[in-house]
Ligand binder design. Sequence first.
Ligand SMILES: [Cu+2]
Length: 182
Amino acid sequence: MGLSYARVALVVLMSSTVLAVSSAFPSPRAGDQWPAFNQTALPPLGAMGRWPSFNHTAKGSRKIVVGGADKWRIGFNYTEWACKNGPFFQNDVLVFKYEAPTKAAPIAHSVYLLPTRKSFLNCDLKKAKVLANTKQGAGDGFEYTLKSCKKPYYFACGESKGIHCGPGLMKFAVFPFFKRLH
Ligand SMILES: [Cu+2]
């Protein structure tokens, strides 16, 4: 019985969207309750005055500066950053910002895409694809669109033979969520 209920719930979830729900049911009013499974995680429905619009906010592509104010640099924990700033969605644009090396500031960065989880864990750059060289992060930064929601992306800095990626913490993985395009 539990299984069949789960199946029904799954079918309902998969075959309906928030949009469909909002047109099929009247808007929630003060005192209305969330279904029991959501009660602890969400604010009272009445306080929101309408159904939430996950799909609407996810529709437009977002630009996200990797590392925020820290940009793309050595010693910042990008794995933690990705954890705190996720989830990421299909067609989100990641912006990598870093200066081209100069005599005064000779440390160079770049953006590589690593092919596998293993190469990512080991900072093995041998089969990595160069997405941006040491100069492309200047100015407005290097933009990269997360086009697929079917595979994880493994990003790393490719400089100093993996030292920036490993001890330098300049790496993170992203697995974008599917985004409904209206
Ligand atoms: Cu680097």
